[in-house]
Design a protein around this ligand. Structure first.
Ligand code: AMP
Length: 189
């Protein structure tokens, strides 16, 4: 089982690189952000709750997102592995993921940290907002999301280093070049 955590600030390229990983390694993909956007589109109660947090650039409560993750994971019965994209985002979520995988006799194989400088993140996200119309890709919300990333999510870098799973990836360059570094790291597992 190949369980990959793809990590990085908003705009670091997690979604783009996840697609390539899925295509090459044939594993399942869980993007908690995509799950929430689908719920918003479908107009569900969960979607309404999620929208309040997403529009403010804030994280959903851990218990809620952990439940969503667990039920998505349960749907992957014959899986070769999973790429976790946008989860975990807090230490509590990382601990929950570790426990959930352990209960299934599994563990995280590697955590890939897509490292991109702050000015570049801002430029990419503003461009994405203009092209995709994603509601939280506006300058004010992007700034809040980056603050949340630094305060609540970036401590996971040390957490995964302590867990022996951390792999730095240079997130600047061509998509192909970045993917080559990722594939090299995965193939070494
Ligand atoms: P993303 O598409 O991963 O950038 O996620 C968009 C938004 O969804 C985030 O800014 C959060 O509001 C929410 N979200 C996604 N994943 C999580 C998570 N693991 N924990 C809490 N909130 C999340």
């Amino acid at each position: 089982m190949l369980n990959i955590v793809i990590f990085g600030a908003p705009g670091s390229g997690k979604g783009t690189q996840s697609e390539r990983i899925v295509a090459k390694y044939g594993i399942n993909h869980i993007s908690t952000g995509d799950v929430l956007r689908a719920e918003i589109k479908a107009g569900t109660e969960l979607g309404k709750t999620a929208k309040g947090y997403i529009d403010q650039g804030q994280l959903l409560p851990d218990e809620l997102i952990i439940d969503i993750l667990a039920s998505t994971l349960d749907g992957f019965k014959e899986s070769k592995g999973v790429i976790f994209d946008g989860f975990p985002r807090t230490i509590a979520q990382a601990e929950a993921l570790k426990k959930m995988l352990a209960e299934r006799g599994q563990e995280v194989s590697i955590m890939l940290d897509l490292d991109v400088p702050e000015e570049e993140l801002m430029t990419r996200l503003i461009k994405r907002g203009q092209e995709s119309g994603r509601a939280d890709d506006n300058e004010e919300t992007i700034k809040k999301r980056l603050v949340v990333y630094h305060s609540q999510t970036s401590p996971l870098i040390d957490w995964y280093k302590n867990d022996g799973k951390y792999q730095h990836i240079n997130g600047l360059g061509t998509m192909e070049g970045i993917f080559a570094e990722i594939a090299e790291a995965i193939d070494k597992i």
